[in-house]
Design a protein around this ligand. Sequence first.
Ligand code: KG4
Ligand code: ZN
Length: 337
Amino acid sequence: MQKKLTVLAFESSCDDTGVAVIRGNEVLSNVIANQEVHAKFGGVVPEMASRAHMQHVIPALDAAMTEADVSAADIDLVAYTQGPGLNGSLLVGATFAKTWAWQHQLPSIPVHHMHAHILAHFLAPGPPPELPFLCLTVSGGHTQIVRVNAPNDLQILGATRDDAAGEAFDKLAKLMGLPYPGGPLIDRLAAVGNGDAFRFARPKVEGLDMSFSGLKTSVLQFLTRQMKANPTFLAEQQADVAASVQSAILGVLMEKLTLAVEQTGIREVAIAGGVSANKGLRAALAARAETDGWTTHIPPMSHCTDNAAMIAMAGLLTFESGSQGTLDIAPDPRLPF
Ligand code: KG4
Ligand code: ZN
């Protein structure tokens, strides 16, 4: 039997420092150091993020190696996020990863962050989706419907033309006076609210592309009107507003995903990225397995938001396809898909 490779991976595209160790598709450790510094600014401050990565990366590495019960001699290759993301954040993770690989004479594999969100589906416990499959990839920076023909053959069928779904969640939460990141808070409030209480305009876009910026205007106008009539409106109706906002965003996502299934005839359907942690989206997708015969793949929570296990899996699949990086590869904040 072929030896299962052990991969050490670093994720630093935004504000969380992730370090993970996997062996084959099994996660041995998946450490995340969250940065608390941004909440009071209502968003990620890039300069603070890169500084915090520098503080967190060594303790996170030590924790990941200890938890996985491995030493440097057990590692076969190193993977890291090359982009897209914040330049300074990527620079810290990529430089650290390549230096560690060079020091231990190991191959280093640059990974595309959004590929990794999708390829997280190949991690245990699985089972992995059958090829080809469709993946709705929804994060703070991206919203795409991707056709996955093979781990290294990914094709974007549709994408947002403006805000990403996670960005829409966060901006709408901000309008509701909630702290950053607002996505998980809307999710929590929506669970006890009525999603049909208020109806917001959903921008119509042809084909598989999407748009979320109009929704923000619709919610802003609605809230301004209501608060003028009743200054305690938001406090009284917070859960129903959250549920209605969530229902508008999920309505767009599920409508486009359904169209993609119809157009391609592929019923193997996955979700990935931070917004795939959303309970409403997970329930909506699971329901399609019952009503429309889709085979659905909903990742465990720890593989939804940014993490380094997904970077390790993508790095391993890249290495197994015969490709690896060189030490002069630079991070790229706008790395093309
Ligand atoms: O993939 P991710 O961790 O980072 C990026 O690559 O952007 O995604 C972060 C995004 C944020 O916009 C956050 O608000 C959103 O995912 N998010 C959620 C939930 N958990 C995270 N949005 C809605 N419901 C959630 N439960
Ligand atoms: Zn992400």
